[in-house]
Design a protein around this ligand. Structure first.
Ligand code: FMN
Length: 191
């Protein structure tokens, strides 16, 4: 079984990537195949709301990295989406990806139905919950099965980078517990 993590940060090797890497390390230790995909080097154009996906059952917008990522999303059994908090909301490239992927799936064959997934939000100081909630709503309306944890999956890290992130023991413990639950849910669903 495969678990895909997507970091929406525009920063290579940033804090979001760090927390997602930790989540994937736990999934890998539980025997899952894992992949981390980062949007820092990708171009994702925003949804044009053209509604062509209703008729074509796919997004007809070409010329960016959307389709390669969407294919990976539809192939994965589990998806973890991580975003840095930008003015209390998710990062723009991630919103563009999730808008198009979500609408496409809903208008065609609901590719995400029954997959397991949840978000991770990372901020220096505030706005985690708005971002986490926005992403959680995306997972919910796309018919994912969402494992919980002992707190929300939020990481505290600022310009200190990995040093800050490593110091956020509570955040790392929460994400570790979430990963354990995700492994349990995936294993039970595919037994
Ligand atoms: C445009 C922008 C807006 C930001 N807005 C917030 C914010 O609202 N609250 C906050 O605590 N941190 C904010 N930050 C800081 C980042 O969320 C924080 O440094 C995060 O750890 C960055 O993760 P990354 O390294 O994965 O990009 C902002 C950063 C940028 C670049």
């Amino acid at each position: 079984m495969k678990v895909l993590a997507i970091s929406g940060s525009p920063r290579k090797k940033g804090n979001t990537e760090y927390f997602l890497t930790q989540a994937l390390a736990h999934m890998s230790a539980s025997g899952f195949e894992t992949e981390l995909l980062t949007l820092d080097d990708k171009v994702i154009k925003p949804c044009r709301a053209c509604l062509a996906c209703r008729k074509e059952l796919r997004c007809t917008q070409e010329g960016d990295d959307f389709h390669a990522i969407y294919d990976k999303m539809t192939a994965a059994d589990g998806i973890i989406v991580g975003s840095p908090v930008h003015f209390s909301g998710p990062a723009p490239a991630l919103v563009a990806l999730l808008d198009r992927a979500g609408y496409c799936s809903r208008q065609s064959r609901r590719f995400f139905s029954g997959k397991v997934g949840a978000p991770v939000a990372v901020a220096r100081r505030a706005g985690h919950n708005f971002t986490f909630a926005w992403l959680l709503l995306w997972f919910f309306v796309n018919d994912f099965i969402i494992p919980g944890s002992t707190y929300w999956n939020v990481g505290m890290a600022g310009e200190g980078g990995a040093r800050d992130a490593e110091a956020d023991k509570e955040g790392l413990d929460t994400i570790a517990h979430f990963a354990k639950n995700m492994a349990r849910v995936l294993t039970a669903l595919h037994a």
